[in-house]
Design a protein around this ligand. Sequence first.
Ligand code: ATP
Length: 141
Amino acid sequence: MDSKDNKKTEETHQVHKNSHFVQAFGHAIAGIGELLVRERNMRFHIFAACVVLIVGIYVDLGRSDWLWISVAVFTVISAEFLNTVVEAIVDLIVGEKYHPLAKVAKDVASGGVLAAVAFAIIVGILIFQPYLLPNLQMIFR
Ligand SMILES: Nc1ncnc2c1ncn2[C@@H]1O[C@H](COP(=O)(O)OP(=O)(O)OP(=O)(O)O)[C@@H](O)[C@H]1O
């Protein structure tokens, strides 16, 4: 993109600070939409969270169980946000070129998502095990 194209883009797209809350809110919602469109993993996390929500309602989880599940879900979602930000910044800086530090940044960011998912699985097992184990034993007896 040459400087003329750049100037044209800056005229038609916002590149300055948000002037009011509604504008900032709109961009934040657009960011969430972008994440859902770009990241297949994010769509899977949302699907998994919906399944947990339905099963949680079915087994009538208590207040503190819902609190732990909320922490687990938002930890995974936050890690995915961070991962997408890192990917976008790395791609902006290095483009299609290979760089060992780009690899470190992207691998560490996706490692963060993996760690968050492991945490969510542990929380899920600890919370659902007392409800699901008796049912599973009944099925396999
Ligand atoms: N510019 C680069 N230089 C070096 N390695 C890179 C570069 N771009 C990507 N990689 C390597 O390819 C992997 C996948 O990168 P990509 O940007 O496609 O992420 P992705 O498949 O969307 O990952 P995720 O599943 O975490 O969202 C990275 O984890 C990294 O190891």
